[in-house]
Write a protein that binds this ligand. Structure first.
Ligand code: UDP
Ligand code: MG
Length: 164
């Protein structure tokens, strides 16, 4: 089934210069890049993106991580949309397990991630974990005009496209 995933090069990956490497890994698959933008991560965006984790003990630190506060205030991330057959499975395989210490050594997280002394997983990239999450996240990070394919229905509102 064709799926759409949001991939984010997180602040640690941006600061350490891993964006090109991540892009190259995804280009080795048959997934299609249909959107990309550099985004300044506000607190509101970070908290909405990770809203389902708000009761976790690591939530506050995770929000600081995504806002770049653990990485020299690197508050710009690269957000990408990939589309294609089994995009979730392929994207999550490239990423590796959430915990970099448990991730397959050749995966992005296994080779480039680390666990901080505060217990935050600095794991270089975000990849949507299922198709529904992918849709929610893509609609949060992108407007329809910023996506080069009609992956989800949109409508015209006051002369601009909005997600349905
Ligand atoms: N995270 C963490 N400690 C944990 C679990 C998660 O720091 O014990 C962070 C990590 O950066 C992870 C993010 O929270 O990528 C979102 O967690 P999720 O369980 O959704 O993992 P993912 O889908 O990113 O693999
Ligand atoms: Mg997740």
């Amino acid at each position: 089934m064709t799926e759409h995933i949001l991939v984010i090069i997180k602040p640690d990956g941006m600061l350490k210069g891993h964006a090109g490497h991540v892009l190259a890994r995804f280009e080795e698959t048959d997934l299609l890049l249909v959107g990309g933008r550099v985004v300044k991560v506000t607190r509101e965006l970070a908290e909405t993106h990770y809203a389902h984790l708000k009761d976790k003990p690591f939530f506050a630190e995770l929000i600081r991580f995504l806002m770049g506060e653990l990485h020299n205030n690197q508050d710009m991330v690269l957000a990408l949309i990939f589309s294609g057959e089994d995009a979730v499975k392929k994207g999550r395989a490239i990423a590796g397990a959430t915990n970099p210490e448990l991730a397959e050594p050749h995966s992005i997280r296994g080779s480039l991630g680390r666990v901080t002394t505060k217990g935050v997983f600095e794991n270089v990239i975000h990849v949507s974990s299922d198709a529904l999450e992918g849709e929610r996240e893509i609609k949060l990070w992108f407007s329809p005009d910023e996506v080069a394919r009609e992956i989800f229905p949109s409508k015209l509102v006051a002369g601009r496209k909005a997600w349905l």
